[in-house]
Every structure is written in structure tokens, then in C-alpha cells.
Design a protein around this ligand. Structure first.
Ligand code: SF4
Length: 182
């Protein structure tokens, strides 16, 4: 075993998951700016929008989840993620309450698809059936499907709050974001 390998084994295996969200929560994570360099000394990012991996890995220490559960694909993914993650963190109000993603809930999935792909289309209007995953009837928060360990509120959560939560987790402490918020 090499020294580098030994070092990797001691790093926290971190994943970030993007369900039905706008990517703003991921942008806020990146807004931790130069602190990401310090973070990189303690974590290995094993999954996320910028990681070229085909399957969510086993034995993930911490996963940050952005977005609500809105489609059958989201549901399949979050169950898999939960089964392979020690500490699951919902990042932002869409993951925690539904928030913006749940604004469609009063209208129904078919009405939303019709509005987007038929009424607003100027060319080749048709509802795609094969390219997009089937929508659930309503968008719902992550904790309604799988147990969540930490809730980090905000739309998006402030970068300082995200960094603080990650700092607690890296120190082996269970964070309490509500106590830090505001
Ligand atoms: Fe975007 Fe706000 Fe939802 Fe995050 S909580 S995905 S920033 S709408």
C-alpha cells in the first residue's frame, strides 16, 4: 500500500447528489471559494456533477443532497444513495421541504408537462416519453422517502453554513445547522 493510498483511506468519502433542484445549492458549496482547497485535504469527492463515475459508489461517509424527489429516477437514486451512505445531509429547502420544486404540486404532473412541451413550444410540440424520466404525481422532500441525518436550510444555504456543517462532520461531530442559521 502506497503512502498516497494510505492517505486516501483516511479521507472522508464525500458525495454530492443533484435531484430536482436548480444547482444553486451546489453553487453555494462552490462559493466556499478557497476553503475548498483546505477541504480537499480532508475529503475525497467520490460522486457529484463533476465526477466522472458511472455508478454511485459503496461506503460513502457523507452525501449532500440537493433538490426534491420529483421523478421515478430521483426516487430510485435517493434509495440507492441512502443505502450506501453513512450520513445523509439534505442541502437546501427543495430537499428539505419541496420548496420551488413543489410549486407544481397544485397543478399535477400532466398539466406541467402540457404547459412546458405543448403550450410553450414553438416547434415540434410533443410531450417526450422516452428522454425524460416519468414524473411522480407530486414533488416531495427527501425525508419523506429515506431517513435524513442533517438538514441544512436555505435557498440556497449560505456558503459559510455549508462549510461549518462540513467542518463539524469532519471533526466527528453531528452538526446542528438550525442553531447556526441566522
Ligand atoms: Fe435552487 Fe433554492 Fe432549491 Fe437550492 S433550495 S435547488 S438554490 S431553488
Amino acid at each position: 500500500m502506497t503512502a498516497a493510498h494510505t492517505q486516501n483511506q483516511t479521507k472522508v468519502r464525500l458525495a454530492t447528489v443533484w435531484l430536482d433542484g436548480c444547482s444553486g445549492c451546489h453553487m453555494s458549496l462552490l462559493d466556499t471559494d478557497e476553503r475548498l482547497i483546505a477541504l480537499a485535504q480532508h475529503v475525497t469527492v467520490v460522486w457529484g456533477p463533476l465526477v466522472d463515475a458511472k455508478e454511485f459508489p459503496e461506503n460513502v461517509d457523507v452525501t449532500l443532497v440537493e433538490g426534491a424527489v420529483s421523478s421515478e429516477e430521483d426516487l430510485h437514486r435517493i434509495r440507492l444513495v441512502r443505502s450506501r451512505t453513512k450520513i445523509l445531509v439534505t442541502l437546501g429547502d427543495c430537499a428539505i421541504t419541496g420548496n420551488v420544486s413543489a410549486m407544481r404540486n397544485n397543478f399535477g404532473a400532466n398539466a406541467v408537462l402540457k404547459r412546458a412541451y405543448l403550450e410553450n413550444a414553438t416547434l415540434d410540440a410533443q410531450i417526450p416519453r422516452q428522454v425524460i424520466p416519468p414524473l411522480l404525481a407530486i414533488a416531495r422532500p427527501v425525508h419523506e422517502f429515506v431517513p435524513v441525518d442533517v438538514f441544512v436550510p436555505g435557498c440556497p444555504p449560505p456558503a459559510d453554513l455549508i462549510f461549518s456543517v462540513l467542518g463539524d462532520l469532519l471533526a466527528g461531530k453531528m452538526p446542528n445547522p438550525a442553531a447556526k442559521f441566522g
